[in-house]
Design a protein around this ligand. Structure first.
Ligand code: NAD
Length: 529
């Protein structure tokens, strides 16, 4: 293993050989659509007969896969199986667990475009967005493998004469891993990889909108040699079987990424001690955002407009880090609104299998309706539509990239997470006002400031209360190891995925202190008789 971690390079699809490879992968995956998938508990493939369909958001009648849904009983069995497997997996040496992740990363690298193609079909990612997701998944495996070796090494303690002391990190137990659909490979793989490399076992419940890509990853784990029962794959309704896994007394921790509402529910339920439960459950919950980009009066307006539009509409605005508020100094407001609108109009909405598409469909019918409702609400509350506003749900869930200007601070679309291609533009009196508006939210995930004034950027460092702050660049696109990721306030527990603190959340430290006897001291000194 190379000593230093390096981010997986992104693919340049302007090169014909890369584009051809992606087209071939898309064709290959097309032939595999519509198959049936079982639950996998302790290595056993189980079919319940009751299936959920994962569909293509850009072609709503196309079925990506049919997934046998877990029942409450099977969900409970999955936790019991994970608990039994934990008794052996916990003793597998850290370097073997780390090597497993490296094998998984190597397999993902080999099948990079194929994995991306699954996401193109299943969640309507454009080519570069899918490629970024796959690269991030590889990064998580590579990064956490190295991190595990660091934690498994000697941990520094203050020396005490007469004692030999030792601190080691040991796993927690069974984890419920509950990912969202929006980074259906990266976040799902990242949380799972972190849990197993630290010696835990997992019940993986993928989002009902993206079980197919999760299943591909699960099979890669098996291929890489993961013993049965370390990860148990369980598709099913979040509300129905999610509660069972979170509540189960043998569940030791929950790694959740998703909406604020579900995250808070998980946190509350996990806090309730169940009969027979021996621990306080740990909850890692990364949740929503209402991320803002501030454009100061001295900013480079072209760069700022490009950053705002990329952050607002990349993957249809369905990133927790997406810019959903552009807060603009009144002195540059009009030209900025114009530049944002011009760039937005150039976005090409279409099917994601086509490389020319720069934005595709939103995830499902429910999201399609909710996002359209927010657009109406934004207009009704006095917003001025300056780009987009239309939608077409006939073939897929297509919504135009939409910019609503003159949005009032405190109004609905300025406060609530929309999670779609809708940008609210807000006029600020000055930089003070802009910072105040930006911080006036229950969330605190990402944020950005465009300004050439170091003093203004310094103020943002001190006053803009977000877990990931970006200066003179877009507020999306965090890289593993480079930008450890996690939010403040209702955006979550600030777990900083892809950072040096992350694996600690999946372990507990055990200290052993041994009194060194005189005989042993003599033996060590080589003076024993
Ligand atoms: P969601 O909350 O609807 O679902 C997340 C997961 O929870 C899914 O797997 C779902 O099936 C499951 N679930 C639903 N009800 C459950 C229950 N009662 N018990 C247990 N699990 C349950 O979120 P989503 O729509 O999949 O994802 C979008 C949200 O995720 C947005 O709010 C976005 O901001 C957030 N997100 C946050 C981050 C971050 O790092 N902070 C990253 C990505 C997405």
């Amino acid at each position: 293993m190379p000593i230093e971690f390096r981010n997986e390079p992104l693919t340049d699809f302007s090169k014909e050989e890369n584009a051809a490879a992606m087209r071939a992968a898309i064709e290959k995956v097309r032939t595999r659509l519509g198959k049936e998938y079982p639950l996998v508990i302790g290595g056993e493939r189980i079919k319940t007969g009751d299936t959920l369909d994962s569909i293509n958001p850009a072609n709503r009648t196309e079925i990506i896969g049919k997934f046998h849904k877990a029942t409450k009983e099977l969900a409970s069995r999955a936790v019991d199986t994970a608990y039994q497997t934990f008794q052996s997996w916990r003793h597998v040496p850290a370097n073997e667990r780390a090597k497993l992740l490296l094998r998984v990363a190597a397999l993902m690298r080999e099948r990079k475009h194929e994995l991306s193609a699954w996401m193109i079909y299943e969640v309507a990612k454009t080519w570069p967005e899918a490629d970024g997701d796959t690269a991030e998944a590889i990064d998580f495996c590579e990064f956490y493998a190295r991190e595990m070796l660091r934690y498994a090494g000697e941990q520094p303690l203050v020396k005490l004469t007469g004692e030999q002391n030792h601190l080691e990190y040991i796993p927690l137990g069974v984890g419920a891993v509950i990912p969202p659909w929006n980074f259906p490979l990266a976040i799902m793989a990242g949380m799972t990889a972190a849990a197993i490399v630290t010696g835990n076992t997992v019940v993986l419940k993928p989002s009902s909108d993206s079980p197919a890509i999760a299943y591909q990853f699960f099979e890669l784990l098996e291929e890489a040699g993961l013993p049965p029962g370390v990860v148990n794959f369980m598709a099913g309704s979040g509300a129905e079987v999610g509660d069972v896994v979170v509540d189960h007394p043998k569940t030791r921790f929950v790694a959740f990424t998703g909406s604020k509402e579900v995250g808070l529910r998980v946190n509350e339920r996990a806090a309730k001690t169940q009969p027979g439960q021996l621990w306080i459950k740990r909850v890692v919950a990364e949740m929503g955002g209402k991320d803002a980009i501030i454009v100061a009066d001295d900013a480079d307006l072209d760069e700022a407009a490009t950053g705002v539009v990329q952050s607002a509409f990349g993957f249809q605005g369905q990133k927790c880090s997406a810019c959903s508020r552009a807060i603009i100094d009144a002195r540059v407001y009009d030209p900025m609104v114009q530049k944002i609108a011009e760039r937005t109009a150039k976005i090409k909405v279409g099917v994601p299998t086509d490389n020319a598409t720069t934005m595709s469909a939103v995830i499902n019918e429910k999201a399609f309706k909710t996002i359209n409702d927010y657009v109406e609400k934004g207009k009704a509350e006095g917003g001025r539509l300056v780009a987009g506003g239309g939608s077409d749900g006939e073939q897929g869930f297509f919504i135009e990239p939409t910019v609503i200007a003159d949005v009032k601070p405190g109004s609905t679309i300025e406060q609530e997470e929309i999670f779609g291609p809708v940008l609210a533009v807000i006029k600020a009196n000055d930089y003070d006002d802009a910072l105040r508006i930006a911080n006036d939210t229950q969330f605190g995930l990402t944020g950005a400031v465009y300004s050439i004034d170091e003093a203004k950027l310094d103020r943002a460092r001190n006053e803009f209360h977000v877990g990931n702050l970006y200066l003179n660049r877009k507020c999306t696109g965090a890289l593993v190891g480079v930008h450890p990721f996690g939010g403040f306030n209702m955006s979550g527990t600030d777990s900083k995925a892809g950072g040096r603190d992350y694996l600690l959340l999946f372990m507990q430290a055990k200290v052993s202190a041994e009194k060194v006897s005189a005989t042993r001291k003599r033996a060590e000194a080589g003076t024993a008789i």
